[in-house]
Design a protein. Structure first.
Length: 153
């Protein structure tokens, strides 16, 4: 079965979606995070792109990140291992993979939900997916070169 690729006009909501996800990840992962950046085509204002929020996570150690696997699962991320790049941890999250926080939103009353237009705005439009590429600090420079080739193929 052929997979379709959808490229859409730049969405102003992509930057906000990254900021929301960054806050969730920083809270969940704590001190093992060195930096977390928005990368890829959705990070470039005005550029049409696939609705995929690519993020580059720099950590002190992959072992520390691996120890946080349950926190990532709770946010709706699915671990994909190295996924073809040695020394990387790759995670995917789509709207179909809801986080525990998103599931608790579903339990709210209709009155509570009506006050949360930002959540509806965040979810509006084509399905948004998040890709998290994680590398240990001492391997980051080499790995960014490798990942750029993967993202821009």
């Amino acid at each position: 079965m052929a997979r379709s690729i959808v490229v859409i006009d730049h969405q102003m909501s992509w930057h906000q979606a990254f900021k929301v996800e960054k806050a969730r990840l920083l809270t969940a992962l704590g001190e093992c995070v060195v930096s977390l950046e928005h990368i890829g085509s959705t990070s470039v204002p005005g550029l049409a792109a696939k609705p995929i929020i690519d993020m580059l996570l720099e950590v002190d150690s992959l072992a520390a990140l691996d120890a946080q696997a349950e926190q990532l699962r709770a946010l709706g991320y699915v671990a994909r291992g190295e996924n073809g790049i040695s020394g990387r941890r790759y995670f995917c999250k789509s709207e179909e993979t809801k986080s525990e926080e998103d599931k608790s939103e579903e339990d709210k009353s209709e009155e509570d939900k009506s006050d949360e237009g930002k959540r509806d705005e965040y979810k509006a439009g084509p399905q948004r997916t998040h890709h998290l590429h994680a590398f240990q600090s001492d391997r980051l420079r080499l790995s960014v070169t490798m990942i750029a080739g993967v993202i821009w193929r």
